[in-house]
Design a protein around this ligand. Structure first.
Ligand SMILES: Cc1ncc(COP(=O)(O)O)c(C=O)c1O
Length: 408
């Protein structure tokens, strides 16, 4: 009995191992809002280049007012799941507005993007979960890009479907998989924009393959929603293929500056099906009504937010092109506010981030397990609220430290 008390437990041993390998993260605790370009960590003022608050809406005054009035009208929580008494008029109104914004048949919101993926993905391909139906034809197949977000990976693992992981954005590899699995229900899942590499999914080719091989398409556009597309609808609209996508999912934690997740679903019948089968919808309470009130205001701002989008993207373009001129290998596409310069090793990435922090810039190192060995990087992001002065200061430091560490 006393053995467990005196010898290090499994957990202690693993934590010690992580710490000795310098893999245990040093989590910066921010005092006050973390969404502004200037933040305070342990009393130090830093300019952050790692926030997903792309449009600067997380601290918007109009949104805050809407949240407060939602709180006054609806109280704190909905105190029930959606299928009991937790479906409030404000949630239905918001979902209707979202579906119409995207030009899709219906929309379902979740208390997080992670839960949206966990709930929806398996139900697009698994047999009806409650009892066998005459229409079942075995388990399906999920085709998943190797760089998909952890929540999609987890969601696919929960499914009864066979999983086929295709090489990142490699359409030949995807097609090979589709050819090998001619029968049964098929689902292709992909990020719209890949959050660590800052590149687009090849949605044009995916649309063609899905049509040829009769597969559904699910796009997690957490990093594209609000930022891309003619009115901020996201990646599929920007690439002109929204009509071919069956479900677009997004998180409200990035450009929307709030909390929660959504799906917009092309076919209303599929939405009706998901409402009675997606377990994270049925068994988990919805987004707080006050947050929904804030998100309704955010949607209005996004619809008319071309100025904000332009500012975010021109900041990104400038930062990316200046880093490239310095000699950095920068991943990703031009018009995406995720700018990842590769730093060559874990040691470089940690040292780089430490030195940036010393001079007042916050940009944590991205390393194992988020990326593979040798692909360590900074994941720099731009917001509409960054000034040119702040970006130039970052560039100056990137040049200095990059030279000192012999990365450029
Ligand atoms: C691509 C992607 N999908 C899903 C999620 C999960 O969203 P949420 O934070 O709303 O749970 C994230 C957030 O990190 C993400 O980056």
């Amino acid at each position: 009995m006393s053995k467990n008390k005196t010898t290090p437990s499994y957990f202690e041993k693993v934590i010690q191992l992580l710490k000795s390998e310098k893999l245990y993260p040093d989590i910066g605790v921010v005092s006050g809002p973390s969404s502004q370009p200037e933040i305070i960590i342990n009393g130090q003022k830093l300019v952050t280049f790692c926030s997903n608050n792309y449009l600067g809406l997380a601290n918007n005054e109009e949104v805050k007012k809407a949240v407060i009035s939602g709180l006054n009208k609806y109280g704190f929580g909905s105190a029930s799941t959606r299928l009991l008494s937790g479906t409030l008029d404000i949630q239905v109104d918001f979902e209707t507005a979202l579906a119409s914004f995207y030009g899709f048949g219906d929309s379902i919101t979740f208390s997080s993007g992670y839960l949206a993926n966990i709930g929806v993905i398996r139900m697009l391909v698994d047999p009806f979960p409650y009892f066998p139906t005459p229409f079942d034809n075995g388990n399906g197949v999920i085709f998943s890009d190797e760089l998909n977000h952890a929540s999609m990976v987890e969601a696919a693992r929960l499914s009864k479907a066979e999983r086929v992981i295709y090489k990142h954005n490699d359409m030949d590899d995807l097609e090979k998989g589709l050819i090998r699995h001619k029968n049964g229900r098929k689902l292709i899942i992909t990020d719209g924009i890949f959050s660590m590499d800052g590149d687009f999914a090849n949605l044009v080719s995916i649309s063609r393959l899905a049509k040829d091989y009769n597969a559904l398409i699910f796009v997690d556009d957490s990093h594209g929603t609000g930022v891309l597309g003619p009115n901020g609808e996201g990646t599929a609209h920007q690439l002109g293929v929204a009509d071919n996508i069956d479900v677009i999912m997004g998180s409200f934690t990035k450009a929307w500056g709030g909390l929660g997740g959504f799906t917009v679903i092309k076919n209303k019948t599929i939405a009706d099906y998901l409402r009675v089968t997606a377990r994270s919808y049925i068994f988990s309470d919805p987004i707080l009504p006050s947050t929904v009130a804030g998100l309704i205001k955010t949607l209005e701002i996004i619809k008319h937010g071309s100025g904000l989008r332009q500012k975010t993207l021109s900041n990104a373009k400038y930062l990316r092109s200046e880093l490239k001129k310095m000699g950095y290998e920068v991943l990703g596409a031009d018009n995406i506010p995720i700018i990842p310069p590769l730093l060559g090793s874990e040691k470089n990435a940690i040292e780089f981030s430490r030195r940036l922090k010393e001079v007042g810039i916050f940009a944590p190192a991205v390393r194992r397990p988020a990326v593979t060995e040798g692909r360590e990087r900074l994941r720099l992001t731009t917001m509409s609220t960054h000034t040119r002065f702040q970006i130039d200061f970052l560039l100056e430091q990137m040049y200095k430290i990059g030279k000192e560490l012999r990365i450029i």
